[in-house]
Ligand binder design. Structure first.
Ligand code: ZN
Length: 452
């Protein structure tokens, strides 16, 4: 369920000196609490005082002394409360282990805890909860000190932590090097053996066009309702922008600076706009998860091309292309995550040249194919290609080539599979109820070519 990942920390020396300071304080606290435990143990032996016993022998007795100690000893506050608390719990745990040994509940007896020397061994800092006293920012580990101060360390090979759910953190020093040990939840399934593979060519005509090893092609329609949303969003925006954004001039009492507030109507339209945008995002998410889940049920490996159309510009046509780009970006993210969650493999392949290359004979159309060409004939082998299908077939070749290195499990494609002529052409339309799959007739090339 859980596993520890140990990664080295890198930073300037002064950061590590501060970290040593944190460790020293915790070491001091450990010894101080142990001393108090020893005193209360004596009291208990002499007087049978149950309060003294609670402090020494209960799980949290020593930790409960911390708030008052912090008032008396302000320097303790320079360490985040999480490692302080865990230092106290550590003393109590050591005492409890000793007690268990004494009562025969533990195989090996352990002695009463000893005072610790910081010089002999660096006192580890333990943060038992995610984001309490520490957080990750890209490849950096941020450790909170007091009053908004923090230490920043670069984590070597931080990419290992990507998409992992982090439970807690322990910082240690070993042989002069500093390490962070992250406990991560490890409940993602093992990758399943790969038998069925599909590759998609994402583009702006449909959302994506896929080809699998068994002679099926799948054209996934772009979300048709998105246009409706965009139209509505444009309308609201235009109405809002006809209202006054700087309706009322006010003066800030403190700074004496002028500022403006929008009219009531502007605010009303703006709120409506926010709701519409939120709905659009949510619907898009459902759309993506529906497709991804369906693909993961059907296939063991899903490849998607690394589509990056030229953006920029602000004509309506351009903006639509850009919308589609973010749509495909979102699809890839959700596809990758869904695959991981279901023990399937996701591969992003290099799309360069896939559209202009004939997948039968390898001939390359010199200046590429203009986007308006939906169907073309290879001048060398005379094969007729549906533009996106041919691109996806080339994509599939690339994915199959990458499979042996990218897969963590065995690859044994279903018998008789391989790059073949397409036998069945499917059209997928995602509805709120699920994916509607429609098998196209033999004349589909015609329909395709006319650009429906
Ligand atoms: Zn050809």
């Amino acid at each position: 369920m859980f596993k520890g990942i140990k990664l080295e920390l890198e930073a300037e020396e002064k950061e590590f000196i501060s970290l040593d300071g944190q460790s020293r304080i915790c070491n001091w606290l450990y010894n101080h609490l142990l001393e108090m435990a020893n005193k209360h143990k004596e009291i208990f032996v002499e007087t049978q005082d149950t309060n003294a016993a609670k402090i020494v022998y209960s799980k949290r007795g020593l930790r409960n002394l911390l708030p008052d100690m912090k008032k008396e000893l302000p320097f303790l506050k320079s360490v985040h409360s999480s490692p302080l608390k865990n230092t106290a719990l550590r003393v109590s745990a050591a005492i409890q282990e000793h007690q268990k040994g004494k009562k025969g509940k533990r195989k090996n007896k352990s002695g009463w805890p000893q005072f610790r020397s910081w010089k002999k061994s660096w006192f580890s800092l333990f943060y038992d909860e995610p984001n309490k006293g520490w957080k990750l920012e890209k490849d950096f580990l941020i450790i909170s000190l007091v009053m908004g101060c923090y230490l920043k360390f670069h984590i070597k090979e931080a990419s290992i932590l990507k998409n992992k759910k982090l439970r807690n953190l322990r910082i240690i020093r070993q042989a002069g090097h500093y390490y962070a040990i992250f406990t991560v939840e490890n409940n993602l399934p093992q990758q399943k053996p790969i038998r069925k593979v599909i590759a998609f060519d994402p583009n702006h005509k449909n959302m994506a066009y896929g080809v699998d090893c068994a002679g099926n092609s799948i054209e996934i329609a772009a979300p048709y309702w998105l246009k409706r949303y965009d139209k509505r969003i444009d309308e609201i925006k235009s109405k809002r922008d006809h209202c006054q954004k700087k309706a009322k001039k006010l003066i800030d009492e403190k700074s004496g600076k002028e500022y403006f507030i929008p009219s009531k109507r502007w605010q009303k339209y703006n709120k409506t706009l926010e709701i519409a945008l939120h709905k659009r995002r949510e619907q898009t998410k459902v759309f993506m998860f529906t497709i991804s889940n369906d693909l993961c049920r059907e296939y063991d490996c899903v490849g998607v091309g690394d589509y990056t159309p030229q953006g920029g510009g602000c004509t309506i046509k351009m903006r639509r292309a850009m919308n589609n780009r973010s749509l495909i970006g979102r699809f890839k993210e959700i596809m990758a995550w869904t695959a991981k969650r279901s023990g399937k493999l996701y591969i992003e392949y290099d799309e360069k040249g896939t559209t202009r290359t004939c997948n039968y004979c390898g001939y390359k159309v010199e200046d590429g194919l203009s986007p308006s060409i939906r169907k073309w004939e290879c001048p060398v082998c005379k094969a007729t290609h549906i533009r996106d299908e041919n691109a996806a077939q080339n994509g599939l070749k690339k994915v199959l080539r990458e499979l042996p290195t990218k897969s963590e499990t065995s690859v044994s494609l279903v018998p008789g599979s391989g790059l073949d002529f397409i036998k069945n052409r499917w059209a997928w339309r995602v509805l709120p109820s699920g994916v509607e799959k429609h098998l196209r007739g033999k004349d589909c090339i015609q329909l395709q070519a006319s650009g429906n």
